[in-house]
Design a protein around this ligand. Structure first.
Ligand code: GLN
Length: 304
């Protein structure tokens, strides 16, 4: 497995030259497009290749974490009553709601508008406490107590995140954000800026693959039903408007982020963390998807 992983990575290295590194958050434009890493966690061992130790910001992969904690705090039905689960088929930052009424069932948790709404469903008496809870929860589900926010990326996004601000005020206008919008956006921006590596993402994937149970501890960290719910949402919309194509090529529950990361899992057996920052036009890592495609084909991983 180790050797095959290294081969797959080398075979996909050429794709790091396709697409572009995200630059709409200025700090992300500093990423080195030549970096590429993969980490695979299974119950019988861990395997890795390339720049798997390189830290990058989690970005939209954090939407999975918002959904996990919100489901745990409120139950799945409550979350579903507040945001829908239907794929939007639109870009992750789409804002085409202005002409018609914003309906809860149209704000999928894997696109920005839905994720901002889900973020507020995480129970807390203040937004500082919400951020603290989310950060600690992220440390828990990755098994990495050292995870921190990258302040340069956080400030860069806070300074330039006007579209997210617009989406949040649209939610507020429709009564879908109850508290202070700017404070909630701060939590969203800070959590998008948590620094992770491929190992952290693979561990998180493994937790979902293992039906919510920690592999080493045997502890039920998230309820089994929640793990199934999250994986269903990831399968249908984790790769934004590229989810259908991804399902046909890879066939695994996965979530991407514009930092270049992808967190994927094979239910029952495997967590996968990927890094390669050059993205396609939908905001998904090109070399990352190629690696997953090869791995899935060779190991017959597709769930379909
Ligand atoms: N923080 C980014 C944003 O809100 C996350 C988007 C992404 O990774 N697709 O724009």
């Amino acid at each position: 497995m180790q050797e095959r992983l290294e081969q797959i990575l080398e075979e996909c290295r050429k794709y790091t030259w396709e697409g572009e590194v995200a630059d709409y958050i200025p700090e992300l434009a500093k990423a080195n497009r030549e970096e590429i890493g993969i980490y695979v966690a299974t119950d019988h061992g861990e395997f890795f290749a390339g720049d798997w130790e390189k830290q990058f910001t989690i970005q939209s992969i954090v939407k999975t974490i918002f959904l996990m904690l919100a489901a745990q705090d409120n139950g799945i039905q409550y979350v579903k009553d507040h945001v829908g689960v239907e794929a939007t088929g639109k870009p992750f930052n789409a804002i085409d709601y202005a002409e018609h009424k914003l309906l809860r069932e149209h704000i999928n948790p894997m696109v920005n508008i839905g994720a901002i709404a889900v973020c507020e469903l995480v129970k807390a008496s203040s937004n500082d406490e919400r951020l603290e809870r989310l950060l600690n929860y992220t440390r828990d589900i990755t098994g990495n107590p050292k995870l921190e926010v990258d302040h340069a990326v956080y400030l860069s996004e806070k300074r330039t995140g006007h579209k997210n601000r617009a989406l949040a005020y649209l939610l507020k206008n429709s009564g879908m954000i109850v508290g202070d919008v700017e404070e909630l956006l701060d939590v969203y921006f800070a959590m998008c800026s948590v620094k992770v590596n491929c190992q952290d993402l693979a561990k998180m994937g493994m937790l979902l693959a293992n039906h919510g149970k920690g592999v080493k501890s045997g502890r039920q960290i998230i309820p089994k039903a929640d793990a199934r719910f999250i994986n269903a949402v990831l399968t249908t919309s984790g790769m934004y408007d590229g989810s259908g194509e991804f399902a046909t090529r890879v066939g695994l529950p996965a979530k991407s982020g514009v930092g270049g990361g992808i967190m994927a899992n094979k239910p029952g057996s495997m967590g996968i963390g990927i890094y390669s920052p050059a993205l396609d036009r939908k905001g998904n890592s090109i070399a990352g998807i190629k690696m997953l495609e090869k791995l899935s084909r060779e190991m017959d991983l597709s769930i379909f």
